[in-house]
Design a protein around this ligand. Structure first.
Ligand SMILES: Cc1cc2nc3c(=O)[nH]c(=O)nc-3n(C[C@H](O)[C@H](O)[C@H](O)COP(=O)(O)O)c2cc1C
Length: 196
C-alpha cells in the first residue's frame, strides 16, 4: 500500500507501538517485509555501534540502516561505522578534544537555525558528548541551564582545561568493560545488564 502510494523507500522501526523503546528490536521483520515489496527497506532499531551496523547488514537483507538514539550526542557513529566497513577495524573512540570541538560546532548550528529554542532542544546531546569522562555530571548540570552560546562554549573548554590539568582526559567506555554487550549506550547497557 505504501509502495503503491509512491513511497521511494520504507524505514522499519522493528518494534511495535506498545513496546515503545522497551525490549529488543526484532530485525526479523526486515526479510518478511522485503518479500512483500520492491522499494528499499531501511532497518531501524538498536544500532548503537559500528559492529551493530555490520550485524544489521550481515543478519538481514536490509538495503540501508537508520540510526536513532545511537547518534544522540554521538555523531561520530557515522564516520566510525564508515571506517569500520572500509577497513574491518573498529576505529578508536574520539577523545574529549574532538568531542568538544564537534559539540561546540553542533550547538552553534542549533542556535543559528532555531535560536534559543534550538539551544534548549540541544540539551539532550550533552550527555552523549561527555559520556564516560571524569566529573562530567558537574559540567552537564551547568550546560543544562545555559542558554548563551558563549557561556556553553566557555563551560565546555573550561572543562577540557580542567581535565587536562588533572590528567584525566581518558574515558572509560562501558562497551570496553563489557564487550559482549556490544553497545556503548549507557542506558542500553544498564538495561541489558538487568535482562542478563
Ligand atoms: C528523541 C527521539 C525522537 C524521535 N522522534 C521520532 C519521530 O518524530 N518520528 C518517528 O517516527 N520516530 C521518532 N523516534 C524514533 C526513532 O526514529 C527510532 O525509530 C527509534 O529511536 C528506534 O531506533 P534506535 O534504536 O536507533 O533509537 C524518535 C526517537 C527519539 C529517541
Amino acid at each position: 500500500m505504501i509502495e503503491q502510494a509512491g513511497a521511494a523507500a520504507i524505514a522499519i522501526h522493528c518494534r511495535t507501538r506498545d513496546m515503545g523503546m522497551t525490549g529488543k528490536a526484532d530485525w526479523s521483520y526486515i526479510s518478511k517485509i522485503k518479500e512483500l515489496i520492491d522499494i528499499p527497506v531501511i532497518l531501524n532499531g538498536d544500532i548503537m555501534t559500528p559492529q551493530d551496523a555490520k550485524r544489521a547488514f550481515d543478519e538481514t537483507n536490509c538495503d540501508a540502516i537508520m540510526i536513532g538514539r545511537g547518534c544522540i550526542g554521538y555523531p561520530f557513529i557515522f564516520k566510525r561505522t564508515q571506517e569500520y566497513f572500509n577497513t574491518g577495524i573498529v576505529p578508536n573512540e574520539p577523545g574529549l578534544k574532538e568531542r568538544i570541538e564537534v559539540c561546540v560546532e553542533h550547538v552553534k548550528m542549533a542556535e543559528k537555525y532555531k535560536g534559543s529554542h534550538g539551544v534548549v532542544e540541544f540539551r539532550k546531546h550533552y550527555s552523549g558528548y561527555l559520556k564516560g569522562f571524569f566529573e562530567a555530571t558537574n559540567v552537564r548540570q551547568k550546560l543544562m541551564k545555559a542558554i548563551e552560546f558563549s557561556e556553553i562554549e566557555g563551560l565546555l573548554w573550561d572543562y577540557y582545561s580542567y581535565l587536562e590539568s588533572i590528567d584525566r582526559l581518558e574515558t572509560v567506555q562501558k562497551s570496553n568493560i563489557i564487550p559482549e554487550l556490544n553497545c556503548n549506550n549507557e542506558k542500553y547497557v544498564k538495561k541489558q545488564l538487568i535482562e542478563m
